[in-house]
Ligand binder design. Sequence first.
Ligand code: NAD
Length: 487
Amino acid sequence: MTTTTDAADPRIAVAHGDGIGPEIMDATLEILDAAGASLDVAEVRLGKAVYESGVASGVDPDAWSVLRDRSVLLKAPITTPRGGGYKSLNVTLRKSLGLFANVRPAVSYHPFVATLHPNMDVLVVRENEEDLYAGIEHRQSDEVVQCLKLVSRPGCEKIVRYAFEVARAQGRHRVTALVKDNIMKLTDGLFARVFEEVAEEYPEIEHDQLIVDIGTARLADTPQDFDVVVTLNLYGDIVSDVTAQLTGSVGLAPSANVGETVSMFEAIHGSAPDIAGRGIANPSGLLLAAVMMLQHLGRGEVAERIHNAWLRTIEDGVHTGDVYRQEVSRERVNTVGFTEAVVARLGEEPRHLPPARYAGRPAPRVPRTVARTPQRKELLGTDAFVEWRDHGRDPERLAERVQQQQGELTLQAITNRGVVVWPGGQPETFRSDHWRLRFLDPSGGPVSPRALVDLHGRLVDAGLDVIKTENLYAFDGERGFSQAQGE
Ligand code: NAD
């Protein structure tokens, strides 16, 4: 790779990774060099050897300062050693470096790579830091466990705005949000609301929202109808695997993890230990990740040159074993052969597939978190959760016991896993040992924090096993908590 560098050369960090990592990284860097990418490269150590040296995160302690200094990492896949105690390296990098957006293009290369969807070109932008992936889980009763879904307004604003920024930078025409706000009115509802607000800043780009279930079904059926998809972490995790699989070429797919200051680019496949060291791995996923990196660095011209040479290579039927098919392939090559074929085509364009056009396009702007004035917050009551199995789990008996204790706040409803079982309720509703008691001031007005503490104390004195409480607030007069089903 480039040894003599210019002060103006982009400075990046690279990690050669494990398994096939070093082979495909060498191939990628050779192509970048031949294309004139002119990068100033510093190596960082990540992966198996670092894990085995006793660092549980798999990230060499010296790597952090290099990553911060260089702010861009091109990463080959790594191997997570078997056995317990090792933390996911990708999760560590994502969370530690604030890599809030995961961006995965899913493109089909019909007829050169077999696929059921010949005209697919979808970009999935997945929120990367929040949602159920905060990993905050608790066992609260003998029967019930919970996982907290946390969604923040700044998190939604950043990811949605980045999706529109990428759409604008790539000349894409529509952004579709996938949400489940018909059920999760506060969390997914916030994402959906922010999506509508941010979309107004990009009038030249169409936007629409779909419920994630039907949206994913339609994506799997007619992916050619989609352009950019933006969604929350868990849905994005699933949807981006679905779209990668649909292209028929998971091994060719790249991804970017973008943060406010640091960004990381990699292939979506792993370290393929089964073929490591044989020189037959396909470097395309990592190479296309490097193409995304060059766009991020504002080097659209070189990105375009490499991407078009690569498309021409695929079109010319020069294929590594993983995509080789007798009907369409002309030459079966190893990693070195593929690399040489791409280098030989630098300056050429594909003749059948649509050519890449990045030259002259600005890099997508990475949005910053914007401070805002907090809304007026009022305490209205509490949801107290109790574990309870007495009296055949009859909610009337639970209500009687609670009502003897309630004081300033009154019991409004009892729910079991979100369904109202008191007052009213249906005898068929399954009752776990996990009950929610909703307390509000009878006048509907604000209550003091002390009233909640007193209530908690009285419930405990009554022998109830309070497993958690959740305060009920209004923000600028709007209720900040969901109604129960049947309330
Ligand atoms: P894998 O993606 O490494 O391999 C799955 C199959 O695809 C294998 O048959 C492999 O030979 C093939 N394959 C993958 N990439 C290829 C390429 N570029 N060219 C040709 N064939 C290719 O998945 P796995 O076997 O489940 O995981 C292996 C290791 O990779 C594990 O230790 C896993 O933890 C790690 N992993 C790392 C990352 C990452 O660093 N981002 C991602 C996924 C898995």
